[in-house]
Ligand binder design. Structure first.
Ligand SMILES: [Zn+2]
Length: 67
């Protein structure tokens, strides 16, 4: 298993699969057992278990603050 990745509030991530609205970039808005992300295109918010978030992320577009 790969080591867990660091995730920060404000990170902008590109997902492997596009959202139904056509957007594929999301902002991390909540950390915890579940990661909250908000679609930058339609503003829809979803919660994903961390493991699923890590599976779905294609790349980090921008890193948030490391607080
Ligand atoms: Zn969307």
């Amino acid at each position: 298993m790969p080591p867990p990745i660091d995730i920060y509030i404000g990170d902008i991530v590109q997902m492997r699969k596009a959202h139904p609205c056509g957007g594929d970039t999301w902002r991390v808005v909540r950390l915890g057992a579940e990661i909250g992300i908000r679609c930058l295109t339609c503003d829809h918010k979803v919660l994903l278990p961390r493991a699923e978030f890590e599976r779905r992320v294609k790349r980090f577009v921008e890193r948030g603050s490391q607080q």
